[in-house]
Ligand binder design. Structure first.
Ligand code: BGC
Length: 820
């Protein structure tokens, strides 16, 4: 394939076609020039390759594939081998099913525990996120499959993701939100990057030349394809000019028309389009060299998913009650025992190749147990009869294993959680069970932290997160001591939601103000000395470890740190050794300490091994907003090595000197709140705007309704309300139909889909509905909706009935189609 030659030979229609996707998941083929189409597919915790009905919501079925533990889970293993192996295995499934690009990993930072997509992201810490993502991408790409690192950038909330503006200061943007992206671009060279739906400081990511060209390509040297998120393009011409190559899902003929018109009238330079085409053609060329249809070992992949789940689970509390003895009789309570939640809802939903729930695992292991559902996972309120039965059974039990957590109704893509609490029915039941005074062990499932008001009343808590399709087998192995928990939290668990900085403002409207700046997660709790439920890096084991012999070696630009770790307990286990660096002599505001390296060490009883951790001196730099570059400050740096961010066992210092002295870009007086972060963290608008460097504009007016208005705001006008009700009617009807089905898996799945659809519909705008519909809702119909909602009935009719000449795709016949 001679790429330059092909670009030269292409007609404008062909060029516009190749700049966009088709049939939801494919690039456009150009048969005249023998350019094939390639398939891009979700993930990322397994392959979601849809064959028939296509959507980006996880509603239609996909080919059976291994459902691996989701990002939050595997991140808690702190084991980069897991990421690599999982990446390789998923790539083998891509090869089998014919997908050239896997849409993942998701590497956004967990800024707030309520983000509906936290289960799809690794951590609150950019270093840990970057390190894990590099290994995942390397694993996938080692088999020739491309990755699509998403969602670039500052996409940290869901409610307003389609039109929201992430208002963030440049330093936090670089140090927290871009850092992992920078690392993976430089070290793992992902084939593609997916631009996020949202705006950053007023500009849609898909139209930001600063983000897509200046930072991504010029500063970081990215050479792959920038793909839009599905429906994430507002102005196709502005997007291509900014550096967005491929618009997905495509089949939006209006966008192709805009591109052709702008090329014809010269307002869009052909070279700009050609550059994007060359990027896309490089990917098509590479992908067309792959051989598809190769078999993969289903059993091996399922076993790998199980091993990773075991290595990732986090033991949050244990008063010497775990592990249990298989012969001991236990009372199991909780619907999630049978209906394990093992993956998140939305575009990452996988059709698992096999499923082992805890119930199945207990039965196979012949555990001596009796079972009560206790609550219904599909409900929020208690079922009095189920609850009473469980409480009665508890009366004659010694040990109660409670299976609970966040259900698909409580957490999903497309919407942020309204609360950090567990569903009411579970809380009520737990409080009744604990009143019996019996030994209670809680096994938690879910993708994000929850409040644990029952913490003091239970004897152990094992957090499985979302453990993938064999999560039940993993849970059973850990509960009965066939495996030792060794996961550590990759995120802080606050005591209560009210402890989260600026939590009250989170995801409430189109403006997401990143007022905490760099103080995200432990960087805040540490500095404010706020008590948390579990600190970053926390996790217990069935064994104990000792730390000794810290050695710090300066090796040119690198610093190598080693120490000895000994398993001092009675069972084999693994310890995640964490290295934090402090530099508090600075005259700029900084976090108290930051994670710079880690090593997971597996140890037999009595064994000692060396943990080795290396980082670069430049990793310690901060981003100077005046100079627009990273600056390494002279001074004394403290190395702290420990088992979590708050339990440090070994310390040493090293000095950095001889670096160029640079003035602080900040005025201490104007930014007091950032220099003295405390429990109140009282950032005034003036301070935030001082840090930001501009005045936060007013929120967009709710009326008149525009193409970018959130559909839920259509309620503001009379006709808008009717339109909104009829759009939501689609989901309502689906829900009612689901309720009529007999009890069972199909009913549950259909109910969940309807709820998910309802949430997603509310948060769209007319423009995103059209752009994500793959041609089903043409843009002129969406414009008609807007006019109608504003009461302009005649204009609306004109727009909707307008006969427009569509632009045929090269793959279709050359006759012009009429839109209707
Ligand atoms: C999600 C992406 C996903 C895409 C395709 C979007 O709504 O944000 O993460 O890859 O759909 O399903």
């Amino acid at each position: 394939m001679d790429i330059n030659q092909l670009v030269e030979e292409m007609t404008l229609e062909e060029k516009a076609a190749l700049l966009s996707g088709t049939e939801f998941w494919k690039t456009n083929p150009i048969p005249r020039l023998a350019i094939p189409s390639i398939f891009l597919s979700d993930g990322p915790h397994g392959l979601r390759k849809q064959s028939e009905g296509a959507d980006h919501l996880g509603l239609y079925d996909s080919e059976p594939a291994t459902s691996f533990p989701t990002a939050v889970t595997v991140a808690s293993s702190w084991n980069t081998d897991n990421l690599r192996k999982m990446g390789e295995a998923i790539a083998e499934e891509c090869l089998h099913y014919g997908a050239s690009v896997l849409l993942g990993p998701g590497i956004n930072i967990k800024r707030n525990p309520l983000c509906g997509r936290n289960f799809e992201y690794y951590s609150e810490d950019p270093f840990l996120t970057g390190e894990l993502a590099v290994h995942f991408i390397n694993g996938v790409q080692s088999k020739g499959i491309g990755t699509s690192v998403k969602h670039f950038a500052a996409n940290n909330s869901e409610n307003y993701r389609f039109m929201g503006d992430s208002i963030v200061d440049e330093r936090a943007f670089r140090e927290i939100y871009l850092r992992a992206f920078e690392r993976v671009v430089k070290e793992a060279k992902p084939a593609t990057i997916m631009s996020a739906y949202n705006k950053i400081n007023g500009t849609y990511c898909s139209e930001s030349k600063y983000l897509l060209n200046d930072i991504l390509r010029e500063q970081w040297g990215f050479e792959g394809v920038v793909v839009s998120d599905w429906g994430g393009v507002a102005d196709r011409v502005a997007a291509v000019e900014a550096g967005l190559d491929l618009e997905m899902p495509g089949d939006t003929w209006e966008f192709r028309k805009m591109v052709i018109k702008s090329l014809e009238n010269g307002s869009l330079a052909e070279e700009t389009v050609d550059k994007a085409l060359r990027n896309i053609l490089h990917l098509v060329k590479k992908s067309s060299e792959l051989s598809f249809g190769t078999p993969f070992n289903k059993k091996q992949h399922a076993n790998l998913a199980c091993e990773i789940a075991k290595d990732s689970a986090v033991l949050l509390k244990n008063e010497d009650v775990l592990p249990l003895n298989k012969q001991e009789s236990v009372l199991v309570v909780g619907d999630l025992f049978e209906k394990m939640r093992y993956q998140g809802a939305g575009s990452s939903l996988i059709n698992p190749s096999s499923l082992i729930t805890p119930k199945k695992a207990f039965d196979e292991m012949q555990v001596n147990y009796s079972f009560e559902n206790g609550y219904r996972e599909s409900e929020e309120s208690s079922d009095q009869e189920l609850m009473a039965r469980a409480v009665e059974a508890a009366g004659s039990a010694d040990t109660i294993l409670f299976f609970g957590g966040l259900t698909d109704y409580a957490e999903s893509e497309g919407t942020d959680r309204a609360t950090m609490k567990l569903p009411t029915n579970q809380l009520e039941l737990l409080s009744k069970l604990s009143a019996t005074g019996k030994k209670i062990i809680v096994i938690l499932f879910g993708g994000s932290p929850v409040e644990l008001p029952f913490y003091d009343d239970v004897h152990a808590i094992l957090n499985m997160y979302l453990p993938g399709q064999h999560g039940g087998e993993a849970a059973a192995a850990l509960i009965f001591g066939d495996a030792t928990p060794s996961g550590k939290l990759a995120e802080t668990w606050p005591m209560e939601y009210q402890d989260v900085p600026f939590g009250g403002d989170y995801s409430k409207n189109e403006h997401e103000l990143y007022q905490e700046s760099i103080f995200v997660g432990y960087r805040y709790y540490d500095q404010a000395e706020k008590e948390v439920r579990f600190p970053f890096g926390f996790g217990k084991s069935y064994t104990t470890f000792s730390y000794s012999n810290l050695v710090v070696e300066e090796m040119g630009s690198k610093i190598k740190v080693t120490c000895d770790i000994t398993n001092t307990g009675n069972v084999d286990g693994a310890e995640v050794v964490q290295l934090y660096v402090k530099n508090n002599q600075s005259d700029i505001f900084k976090a108290k300490k930051e994670l710079r390296a880690f090593d997971k060490v597996y140890l037999k009883v009595g064994e000692t091994k060396k943990a080795t951790m290396t980082f670069s001196r430049t990793d310690l730099s901060y981003y100077n907003i005046d100079l627009k570059e990273w600056v390494l400050e002279n001074g004394l740096y403290v190395i702290e090595v420990g088992e979590s961010s708050d339990i440090i066992h070994l310390r040493d210092n090293f000095l950095i000197d001889g670096e160029k002295e640079v003035d602080s870009p900040y005025n201490l007086e104007n930014l007091r709140a950032y220099y003295h972060v405390d429990r109140n963290f009282d950032v005034t608008p003036v301070q935030f705007e001082g840090l930001l460097g501009y005045k936060v504009p007013p929120l967009p007016a709710k009326t008149p309704i525009g193409l970018e208005t959130r559909l839920s705001h259509y309620n503001e006008t009379f006709l808008g309300r009717r339109l909104y009700t009829s759009i939501l009617g689609v989901a309502n009807r689906q829900y009612k139909q689901a309720l009529k089905l007999p009890d069972g898996i199909e009913k549950e799945a259909k109910k969940k889909n309807a709820v998910f659809l309802m949430n997603i519909l509310q948060s769209n705008s007319a423009r995103t509905l059209a752009a994500a519909s793959a041609g089903r809702v043409p843009l002129h119909i969406a414009k008609g909706f807007v006019a109608l909602a504003n009461g302009q009935v005649m204009d609306a009719l004109k727009m909707m009935l307008k006969k427009e000449k569509t632009i045929p795709l090269p793959k279709a016949s050359s006759t012009t189609q009429k839109s209707d």
